[in-house]
Design a protein around this ligand. Sequence first.
Ligand code: FES
Length: 293
Amino acid sequence: MSLLGILDRVADKATFDKAIGPAQRAVQAALRPQALRDLLHGTWLGHPLHPILVQVPVGGWISAGLLDAIPPLRPAATVLIGTGVAVAVPAAMSGAADWSEQGIGVRRLGLLHAAGNTVALGLYVGSLVARAQGRGGLGRVLSYAGLGVASGSAAIGGHMSYAQSSGASHAATAARALSSEWIDLGPLDDLPEGRAALRTGKGGSADVPLAVVRRGTKVDAFIGVCSHLSGPLYEGSVEQVRGTDCLVCPWHGSAFNLDDGQPRRGPAANPQDKLEIRMQAGRVMARLPGRDR
Ligand code: FES
């Protein structure tokens, strides 16, 4: 069986589910202020923060491994290891915030990912201590061991992203399937005022749900699958969030600015794909921008 097959098996195992629930609640309690969670998710950035932060420890530690092989460059390796250790802390917090809002399969693998990263971090801290004490040989052994563990753990993280779509925009996947044609959303007067309505557009093999909100004569239409975890955005509510009219997902409360689809509250970090609108003989027409080729 391939490595990825093994990881899929792990994601199906309920062995540690009893530990996952309390761990999830502990993370959510520790990161209680919504503003802190949104900071860590990357909601303010419109992009998940975790994959950006992890570049520093991963890049620093790999580079340190190379520099350690060249004796005159070892002091630089120590600086890179220290930088990686320092940034690994906010990177871990960001990953924990995302993990606590994911489905069970991702949380199972995430536990393994977190355990590996914790071991790697411990090895690197030990390496820094050994280097500070003048025990360079031990320091290098510990950092190479840390690099091995961190690499394995990074592979698990990659599987969570690429195979389990954690951090990916689920709305973007649905948007890709949507037809390039203008979609007839029906007469303006048939849309309810100030709340989301479900409409559909033609997709590849199935219709793509759309979430449509009317405010007076203004209509905003979005892909109806939430960018976070595919929640039914067309069942969401229209609320003011941080001074902006937003469409709020009924599953985990992500709020998307009605004007541009940018997330205003997490856990979503990716924007919600928004359709352009035009009126035609009293009917509302919509399509994704950039689809006129
Ligand atoms: S699916 Fe999680 S906030 Fe929408």
